[in-house]
Design a protein around this ligand. Structure first.
Ligand SMILES: C[S@@+](CC[C@H](N)C(=O)[O-])C[C@H]1O[C@@H](n2cnc3c(N)ncnc32)[C@H](O)[C@@H]1O
Length: 398
């Protein structure tokens, strides 16, 4: 028997929250205020998950999702929400997460929203291949959802997807390659094999290169704000092609001065512009991207000291901090060691670029002891999904 729910709000993670007899139920693909029918949850846990059967009273913010596999594919969570409303809801979720996790009261209306093209924005995507079919993994499951196209991916990725769909049915396709990532600047195309049970022969890449124009054998040169960043296979690079330059400008803000650190620096997207504004820049990166970073700073003609180390260990070893520190950690956030050390070293200004508001809130709960928020920007790097990117500028209180 179906259960009727009224959705109270959207929560971080993409689902809507409803309460029935004091129990919390989460449902995907809904909107606040909607009356929906769901399949009764089977688990007896306090917070239960229910799948959506139908929407009895739709919200005014509901739109028709353009993608035929929306709802099955694990990639998108918000295609049923009008884009301006997606931004509003995400800003609300960000404010609530910071309030709950960091006890940080920040007027939601003071959060600046920056957005770009809501469609065709991804420059990188990972495809799964099974039995001659190409697609994505289903939401909360491992099954393949075949995809003929992907509206959040760039035109070049869609061109590659069409070709891959044909190639995967060809007897030349190596059956042991089950996951392939594509990265592109719309001219060059880089392929990264993500899952294969055997080493992939050179002629597979030659076949890809013959079928998909622009395929490069190694690093891809990506231009951002007039600088060229060489990105080796599997190095991190920002995914939203319409907002990369803007993200870099916003992270930098108006800062300039003597010395700066760029922690979790990747291939140097922020280190290069920082080096033009500060006398000395130290960039810390633990992965192989540090080789890209060294190449990229040389190519830009700027001087950056590249340190191949964990940022936490770097902070523990440091004796004093410069005036300005920029940190762009992965989803796990800064963590307790880095936060404790930053509180001791106490740079005057600290900018955090965060891709998960809940770990950001946890870090801010510690940092607020010595810092106050100077600016808070939500950059919508991942339209149609629940993901939230935040730039937060902190200034030392003294
Ligand atoms: C979110 S990316 C940011 C990269 C860069 N700021 C950019 O925008 O292109 C995080 C980077 O931190 C690196 N990383 C992960 N854990 C790290 C750690 N503990 N210390 C230093 N770098 C780390 C990853 O390899 C990745 O390049």
């Amino acid at each position: 028997m179906a259960l009727d729910l009224t959705i109270e709000k959207l929560v971080y993670g993409g689902e809507g929250l409803a309460r029935v007899d004091g129990e919390v139920i989460f449902t995907p693909f809904v909107l606040p205020g909607e009356l929906v029918q769901v399949a009764p949850p089977t688990s007896k846990k306090h917070a239960q998950r229910a799948s959506l059967i139908g929407v009895t009273q739709p919200s005014g913010d509901r739109v028709e999702a353009p993608c035929p596999i929306f709802g099955e594919c694990g990639g998108c969570h918000y295609q049923h929400i009008d884009y301006p409303a997606q931004l509003r809801f995400k800003r609300g979720i960000l404010a609530e997460t910071l309030k709950r996790g960091a006890k940080l009261e920040f007027d939601e209306n003071r959060i600046q929203i920056v957005s770009g093209d809501p469609w065709g924005y991804r420059n990188r995507t990972q495809f799964h291949i099974e039995n001659g079919k190409v697609g994505y993994r289903q939401m909360r499951g491992q099954k393949l959802v075949p995809a003929a196209q992907c509206p959040i991916s760039s035109p070049k990725i869609n061109e590659a997807l069409a070709k891959l769909n044909r190639m995967a049915k060809d007897r030349r396709w190596p059956k042991f390659v089950s996951s392939l990532e594509v990265f592109t600047d719309e001219v060059q195309v880089q392929w990264n094999v993500q899952e294969a049970t055997q080493p992939v022969a050179k002629h597979f890449f030659e076949w890809l290169a013959a079928e998909i124009p622009g395929t490069v054998p190694g690093a891809l040169d990506y231009e951002v704000n007039g600088d060229v960043f060489s990105i080796a296979g599997n190095s991190f690079f920002q995914v939203n092609r319409s907002l990369i330059g803007c993200l870099s400008d916003l992270a930098m803000g108006d800062e300039s001065g003597g010395e700066a650190w760029d922690l979790y620096a990747g291939a140097g997207l922020f280190s290069v512009p920082l080096a033009r504004k500060f006398g000395k820049v130290t960039a810390v990166e633990s992965g192989r991207a540090v080789d890209d970073l060294q190449r990229n700073t040389r190519r830009a003609g700027v001087e950056v000291e590249a340190v191949r180390q964990n940022s936490e260990a770097f902070l523990v070893e440091a004796n004093a901090a410069p005036d300005f520190v920029l940190a762009d950690p992965p989803r796990a956030g800064l963590g307790a060691t880095a936060v404790a050390r930053l509180l001791e070293l106490a740079p005057r200004k600290l900018v955090i670029v965060a891709c998960d508001p809940s770990t950001l809130a946890r870090d801010l709960a510690g940092l607020k002891e010595r810092y106050e928020v100077e600016r808070l920007i939500m950059v919508d790097l991942f339209p149609q999904t629940f993901h939230i990117e935040t730039i937060i500028g902190l200034v030392r209180r003294d």
